[in-house]
Design a protein around this ligand. Structure first.
Ligand SMILES: Cc1ncc(C[n+]2csc(CCOP(=O)(O)OP(=O)(O)O)c2C)c(N)n1
Ligand code: SF4
Length: 480
């Protein structure tokens, strides 16, 4: 008796004790169907991360698909990406945090259909991330539509008579495709059918993660995985179907391994220097210049400004300058341009948010101020302005004033004024001036200084300042 050794089997400590998928529901089990391969693969990945001691620096990227809920299970960093976008998200995360371990977990719809190009580009760049590709030959989550890996003859809800080459083409062999690229370091296909094959899968999972830990580059493990629900088979039949049918088209085994030859590398990517930012966007760095005017204390504001007109009217640059000046005043800002395909004459608008609080999204549905430089823009956005908000419009170009009675309306012949000053191009600065005067939360002295520094074209400095002044004056008249 004394010689008997016992092993206590337990859940890998990287999993939460209980899974709270809905408030108040403390579950011990995952949401996966009986016989689903996702659960087995979760276990293999979890155990490897624990054994390598990298839980604290791992970020698990959940896809859109049945495994979307992985963040309820893995006690790691988690990001839930848009459909197919794990490789792009993982690229960003890993480049910003080269010491992290990034696991991109993806289904065949996610990786090979909507995210097909995303994965190819990340693999081709040789991002140092680990990708687990769950090939179950179907879209499990949405009820069994055809996936790029659905086999010829296989029935799905979108190929009820079975996939045909003539209609849907051949199933994509992602491991073979990726292994033809130069950059990837390791590509293997495994299957989750019996203990022997699961042991092989376990090895592949570990190798792919270890490669990343060793900075060897991009590793990709494709896992032939059962979807009994989608396949309308029992779990037992599903395992048989993988070995008897699926594996014939998707042979398991090593497709590429150059991990021994590859030197560990942390690729040195271009990183912006402080001065580059200065040149790009960040007026805040200009605030260290000796001649910076005094910046007033920030107020409680949440300005949502929509500026709209034709391309060439300076719509986007007005928004850009305004956002930068707001940033210079220590507000949170966002600037979102939107324009038609034409360089000139097409419609253009931009959304600028300026707030003392953090900004969740740059999109504006209901502006607090609309600055309209042409009639189509006024027509389009007039009704969106919040009650009590402002509409500033170029009354020299728009002959039909806004009809709203519950907003403040400020006509100004901005283009005409700018013309008289020397160039219609400065109309946007006239509009900036009136906006600043009417709202009053930005320093006029700082605006003048900021405009000169941001636009940074000496020959326009005087014109812009004169245009701003005309705007200030008009705003004052409206206020009185
Ligand atoms: C942009 C977008 N398009 C489509 C969908 C619908 N959708 C959800 S999951 C899914 C496919 C999932 O299949 P797969 O990646 O194979 O994962 P599985 O569920 O089989 O694990 C689709 C098309 C979506 N959520 N988002
Ligand atoms: S539908 Fe298929 S892939 Fe989704 S959980 Fe069920 S068995 Fe797994």
């Amino acid at each position: 008796m004394n010689n008997i050794q016992s092993t206590i089997l337990q859940k890998a400590p990287i999993f939460y004790d209980e899974f709270e998928r809905k408030a108040g529901t403390q579950l011990k089990t995952t949401h996966y169907c009986p016989g689903c391969g996702h659960g087995i693969l979760h276990k293999l990945v979890a155990e490897a991360l624990v054994d390598f001691g990298v839980i604290d620096k791992t970020v698990f990227l959940s896809p859109v698909g049945c495994s979307v809920f992985a963040y309820y299970y893995f006690q790691t960093g988690n990001i839930q990406s848009a459909h197919g976008r794990n490789p792009a998200v993982g690229t960003g995360y890993k480049r910003a945090n080269p010491d992290s371990i990034v696991i991109s977990y993806q289904g065949d719809g996610d990786l090979a259909a909507i995210g097909g190009n995303n994965i190819l580009q990340a693999a081709n760049r040789g991002e140092n991330i680990t990708v687990f590709f769950v090939n179950n030959a179907t879209y499990g989550m949405t009820g069994g539509q055809m996936a790029p890996t659905t086999l010829i003859g296989q029935k799905s809800t979108t190929t009820p008579r079975g996939r045909t080459v003539q209609n849907e083409g051949y199933p994509l062999k992602m491991s073979e495709i990726i292994s033809t690229l130069e950059a990837p370091v390791y590509v293997e296909r495994v299957m989750l059918t019996n203990p022997k094959n699961i042991t092989k899968a376990r090895k592949a999972v570990r190798k792919a993660i270890k490669n990343q830990i060793d900075n060897k580059g991009f590793s990709f493990v494709e896992v032939l995985s059962a979807c009994p629900t989608g396949w309308k088979k029992t779990p037992q039949e599903s395992k048989g179907w993988i070995t008897d049918v699926m594996e014939k088209y998707f042979p398991v085994g090593l497709k590429k391994d150059v991990s021994e030859e590859r030197e560990p590398t942390i690729v040195k990517r271009w990183k912006a220097k402080y001065d580059d930012f200065h040149k790009l966007l960040d007026i805040k760095s200009l605030n260290s210049l000796p001649d910076v005017p005094k910046i007033p204390k920030t107020q409680n504001i949440s300005e949502e400004i929509k500026i709209a007109g034709f391309g060439g009217q300076g719509v986007l640059s007005l928004g850009y300058v305004l956002a930068n000046i707001g940033m210079g005043h220590n507000y949170e800002v966002s600037w979102l341009p939107s324009y038609g395909p034409e360089m000139r004459g097409g419609t253009a608008n931009c959304s600028v948010k300026i707030s003392d609080d953090r900004i969740g999204a740059p999109i504006i549905s209901n502006p607090t101020t609309l600055i309209a430089l042409n009639k189509p823009s006024l027509d389009k956005f007039e009704n969106d302005v919040v009650a009590g908000g402002n509409i500033i419009y170029d009354s020299g170009l728009i002959d039909t004033p806004p009809k709203r009675t519950d907003v403040n309306i400020y006509p100004i012949k901005a283009t005409e004024i700018a013309d008289k000053l020397g160039s219609t191009k400065a109309a946007n600065m006239v509009l900036f001036g009136i906006y600043a005067e009417l709202t009053g939360y930005l320093s006029k002295e700082y605006i003048e200084w900021g405009v000169n520094h941001i636009i940074n074209k000496k020959k326009f400095n005087e014109l812009n300042i004169n245009a701003l002044h005309k705007g200030f004056e008009s705003g004052q008249k409206h206020k009185n």
